[in-house]
Design a protein around this ligand. Structure first.
Ligand SMILES: Nc1nc2c(ncn2[C@@H]2O[C@H](COP(=O)(O)OP(=O)(O)OP(=O)(O)O)[C@@H](O)[C@H]2O)c(=O)[nH]1
Ligand SMILES: [Mg+2]
Length: 189
């Protein structure tokens, strides 16, 4: 019998069609990349075990469909999420729903969610010198194709979510997110 799973997190992947959400999930779970992957219909669901600092975590990943016709369904998938990974195409990071808009929506549907940002397909950029795409916390250049920073992005988000879960809420002022760059700049990352 295996060791117990101490933590289980609901993780949702959000972003425009074709930015590489499913490819990131495939890379994380199977360490595979399919250049001819089909667009997601509705949403995909997969579970994945990830070890973070000796803690075994089970991620329940909801891989949403970016196509316009499925947008109305998306809130159903991010509701109550512990982790939200916003995926953008590194070549067109301002295309589609902005990071700010996603964060506003998540505040309503998943206020506890740790938000990470992946600027994916960085293999198509001429040069990317660092892993962090900005000084903001949990923002990474990623490539599902070349396997750059995919696991690191999920791992950073999980590590943060573990800390959030371990911190009891303050009844007067909920401080759990004030320490982190995810929601205000805290120096944890
Ligand atoms: N060059 C490159 N191509 C990628 C990368 N990630 C995904 N792709 C390609 O981009 C296309 C779309 O990838 P998907 O993973 O299906 O994108 P998605 O965000 O899940 O799309 P929807 O399901 O329609 O929302 C596919 O042809 C992938 O092979 C990457 O890191 N680099
Ligand atoms: Mg997809």
């Amino acid at each position: 019998m295996g060791s117990p799973i101490p933590a289980r997190f609901k993780c949702v992947l959000l972003g425009e069609a074709g930015v590489g959400k499913s490819s990131m999930a495939m890379r994380l779970k199977y360490d595979r990349f399919d250049p001819d992957g089909l667009p997601t219909i509705g949403a995909g669901y997969l579970t994945c075990q990830v070890n973070v600092d000796d803690v075994r975590v089970e991620l329940e990943i909801w891989d949403t469909a970016g196509q316009e016709r499925y947008q109305a369904l998306t809130p159903m998938y991010y509701r109550g999420a512990d982790i939200a990974l916003l995926v953008f195409d590194a070549r067109h990071p301002t295309r589609g729903t902005s990071e700010h808009e996603w964060r506003e929506r998540l505040l309503l549907g998943a206020p506890e969610a740790v938000v990470a940002v992946a600027l994916n397909k960085c293999d198509l950029l001429e040069s990317v010198v660092s892993d962090r795409a900005s000084d903001a916390a949990l923002t990474f250049w990623t490539s599902a194709k070349s396997n750059r920073n995919v696991e690191a992005t999920f791992t950073a988000a999980i590590r943060h979510a573990l800390r959030v879960r371990a911190t009891p809420p303050n009844p007067v002022l909920d401080l759990r997110h004030t320490e982190c760059g995810t929601c205000g700049g805290c120096g944890l990352y």
